[in-house]
Ligand binder design. Sequence first.
Ligand SMILES: [Zn+2]
Length: 195
Amino acid sequence: MPDHTCAGCGAITSPHDVVSVAAPDGAYRLLCSRCFNIEMARLADVHAFEHPEFTPIRLPGADGVVHEFHFRSLLFGDQLSLEALELASGDEDREGFRFQILGDPQTDPFELLGQMVKKIRRALAISHVVERAGQLELAGTMVRGRIEWDENQHGRLPCVVIDGRRIAWDDFGEMLMMYEGWQFRLELIDPSEEA
Ligand SMILES: [Zn+2]
């Protein structure tokens, strides 16, 4: 069991809520998001910053499966990043949905949360892959997903996460073969800009 003790307050936090911060001497220390934000608010002169903490929420996907999202808010100078993470099957697998939005740290954090919930709902409403006869297939001609590290490929090839499901690069290639001869357009989008 890896140690996720915050070097600031000593709290044992969940792995998705710690940030690895480099000190001037080059050493790294783990901080919980609250301690990270307090330090960042001081460094970036963000006055009266209050660390927002949101309880996890559960939302159903298009297939009826319920997804549980945990939130992490991190202050990056003049921007507050809010992330929603679906901790599907262990954090190390980088499976599940992930969303991010950026906002002004002085705005009401619940406004940011509201935007986030809308974003999650929009994404959950559409299935990009479907299972037919035990095989995963593309549901249509448009697919959205996330590029992730594949431990089995040692970073040489990615895997993709579509509808929160982790799909190996080979399997994704196989899925594209139903469109052999078609053209494609590939656009890479920063997580915070994905609508
Ligand atoms: Zn802490």
